[in-house]
Design a protein around this ligand. Sequence first.
Ligand code: ADP
Ligand code: ASP
Ligand code: MG
Length: 406
Amino acid sequence: MARIVQKFGGTSVADIGRIKAVALKVKREVDAGHQVAVVVSAMAGVTNQLVEYVNGVNPIHDAREYDTVVSTGEQVTAGLLALALQEIGVQARSWLGWQIPIRTDDAHGKARIIDIETDELERRLALGEVPVVSGFQGLAKDNRVTTLGRGGSDTSAVALAAALGADRCDIYTDVDGVYTADPRIVAKARKLAKITYEEMLEMASLGAKVLHARSVELAMKRGVRVQVLSSYKDEPGTLVVDEGEIVEQELVSGIAYSRDEAKVTLVGVMDKPGVAAHIFGPLAAANVNVDMIVQSVSPDGKTTDITFTVAGSDLARTVDLLEKQRDNLRYRKLVSDAGVAKVSVIGVGMRSHAGVAQRMFQALADKGINIQAISTSEIKVSVLIAEDYTELALRALHSVYGLDSD
Ligand code: ADP
Ligand code: ASP
Ligand code: MG
């Protein structure tokens, strides 16, 4: 007997037919004698609609109320799946984040899980009941509902698997595994049988939304065995594993992209110590993550331009914050551009091989794609380009690194 956490994403629970199909997948594991806990997302499209409602009131809003609204999608699917399970003779009940509770910090809209209380779940699992948990949501210290960031149900599932000491965490989705690039854009992408935690973490952090980045971070830290697989097919998916488990390591194992990027340039800021801290301090305090940063050489030794990127969804807030600080920061002009995308190549093989970045820059140059910013780490190179060129860049890079399937 094993203990398994199964997570079903939005398309897997998109309608009643799909929810009934998911119930059968759960029943199969129960019938095999396993203890099963399930985590669900909202039905496909529902969370987007909820976010639109909130932005329709005001794009700059109270994040606590945002969470109250956008967490509701997962309540519907947890209840429906519990019902569908009961219909086919499986003992099940739904659990909202606050009922367990799944405790988080108070960073509304992107909260982190701190702790999951498991006593009651343990008791019921032992009796053969299947808990169906609403993903994406938690409870802050002040008893307000939080959400974990878009795509956060994966993190709910991995955190639950860790808390319950599960043998496996199966993430069921609409693709049959992790590919060398988003298979919806790169037709020649290849499915990976295994990927290292580290590479998966980079891929996810850099936009490959097949897994929520924090779920991978948590899986790596807590040693949770994660598998990504299709809810439509009966085939093994991709296992996320330690580096030692991969026999032949490619130089580059994947290419990721993110369109949820925006570029902000502060023109004519003072070129003196403390200015960067001055600019980025208030953004950090407001929970805005700044990603790439480029400071241009000061032509006159007095002023300079600072360009940086934030998530597209944070742009309105960022501009608002910086405009409020205008007298303080004394910049000449603020320019923002939401029409950018970040494209990244990832591979642990980069640690021991030179020339990966150069190949990337050349491939983009050959396609006439201008690079607006660059950032690197030990196992990845990212560039910021005009959003219109995203697909062209992805396909070109996929070929250049020899990743195309035959
Ligand atoms: P779910 O609703 O099941 O959580 P998501 O839409 O969040 O599903 O994630 C699955 C999607 O991730 C796929 O449909 C695919 O388009 C996208 N994706 C992006 N990069 C990759 C990749 N490297 N491998 C597989 N899927 C990817
Ligand atoms: N429903 C949430 C979202 O769309 C969480 C998730 O699907 O993982 O972002
Ligand atoms: Mg997802």
